[in-house]
Design a protein around this ligand. Sequence first.
Ligand code: ADP
Length: 673
Amino acid sequence: MPKVLPEHAMSLILWFRSPRYVLTLFLAIMLVLAASLSWLSWRLLKQDRALESQRIQERLDNAADLITASLLRKFSESKDQFTSLLALSDSDLAMRASDLSGQGAGTALIVVFRPQAVDAYPRATLLYYPFLPTAKEPLASLFEAGEVAEFQQRDFAKAITVFRELSHSKDPAIRAGALLRLGRNLRKAQQSRAALDIYDELDQMGATQVGALPAELIARHARCTLLDEMKRTAEVKREAGLLYADLHNGRWKLDRGAYRFYAQEASRWYTPDAELQAHEQDGVPTATAVELLWEAWQRMRRGEDIAAGQRSVWILGRSVLLVWQTNSDRLVALVAGPRYLEQQWLSVLRPLMDRQSVRLALIDAEGHPVLAQFSATPPRQAVRNSAETQLPWTLHVVSRDPMAELTQQGNRRRLLLLAFTLVATFVLAGSYFIARAVTRELEVVRLQSDFVSAVSHEFRTPLASLRQLSELLSDGRVPSETRRQEYYEGLRRASERLYRLVESLLDFGRMQAGARQYRFELLEMESLFLSVVEEFAEEAGERGYRVDIAQQGHLPRVQADREALARALWNLLDNAVKYSPQNKTVKAEATCENGQVAIRVCDKGLGIAPHEQKQIFKKFVRAASADAAGAKGTGLGLTMVEHIVAAHGGQVRVDSEPGVGSTFTIILPSAKE
Ligand code: ADP
């Protein structure tokens, strides 16, 4: 005996074989595909971001390395130049040093220290010197007589005579000293004009030292003081302005004290313009840096080892670069501001920085910004520490426009996302359409299989009666004539039913192929309606149904195909009976409405759900209520009714409520007389 599987196992096997399984599998695959696609896009986006960051970092690192190499090269070049400078004679060195210092706004200072001298190139650019050789003082005793008259006797006339005498001396130092004292006494003697002339004379003596200061400087300062006393304001201002400018242009070699004193004096009468102020702001740090170097030079001379080097120092809010090289009796140094650095050293790097789209910042050992400043810490930067590069600064290389990079990155991400969304949309839309097509196919398959079983069932009933009745008759087992007549009648009805069934199937086939021919003729609707309904009522009566016929007034005539119209009406009546298992009375009614013929078939049966009322006119479609009630049918009847009525220029309507009943109405236009 074959082994029988349990029921739930069987249903599981059947489910796996069913088309629904294929659909579920397909949807599952699509779901996995969509999930993989999302995961893939997420990964890709992440990877893209990482790659982009890496690319930017590489660019910054590359630029930082190139800049470092270039700066190191510059340092080694300077040192080589200084080494060759140290080997030169004093006069050659002066010439070469001037060449090396550069020109224009980015000028650097070359300072040469010797044991008892400091020189700066280009000349007249250093505001004050850390060391000046002491000038030989003219013999003080020469002026003693005049000074006794001036200070003790307060006899200015006598003093004037003495100093005027001395001012004719051949020795410029004596002459300058005498002129200074002569001017002073004339001033005291209220001879201002004469004093001015004497100071003019002293002015002509230029760099001749008077008390370790240039005669010219002393004369010009004295003139300013005198003019101020004489209330010649405009002249004081002009002369003080010139004095101030010359002081700041380094006209005289001064020490820090003298420079400060005279600069302050000049600014009593004159307010320097922005350009001069800027010059001082650059000049004072430079001069201070030279003082630092001088101290180093002194230490070196005491035996400390500071042979060569480079440093970035921060003085009064300015950064100053110092590069120096020494031998036993000289020290040569470059003293440069950030502008020199930018113009002479970094300008060659501009094209590279533009190409790589980077910016550079140099930060000194104490964290001061030597070049460029960052308002906020940039997201990405390449840093080269001074400890590893041996440069006097830490290099920071950042992107020139990090915002643009972010936007660019954002744009690419958006584009990628868009592409993924498009692909995902295509996949989803494709799956939707495929799923819909598959569902429809499945529905058709289901409907067709239902149809086959329904048709078989429809055939079975009349065939069974045919077989049974004909067997009884042929065996001669029906003795009574009346009974025999009844059986013959039964045979007729069964074959009639079969005939109608086959005819309607053939008719349906012709309709589907568009080959159904209608033979229209002018018909009296009353007789057609009554004959069909009465014939149906007789047949239904045998099944226990009652058909109420209501026909009111005269019906207009209609151009119609008798046979087709009869079939349509029969179908409606047949459905009314078939789907009314409880209430066994149906009603058929024909009226004239608005000049049209309205044929109504009403029942109080199962009714049809609203959402199905349109669907039931499609082929093979059957309402859920019909299936639930176990009523058999092919789902073709209403399709044919609609086809036939439409061919007559009319329409079919349905009014139905589940559990209450249905009314099907055929509206036919009346024939034109
Ligand atoms: P069939 O009756 O052979 O199934 P039809 O095309 O005639 O096919 O009808 C389609 C469906 O419409 C039926 O299966 C049934 O569900 C529904 N239907 C038709 N007429 C009625 C009615 N009078 N009452 C309830 N349901 C009906």
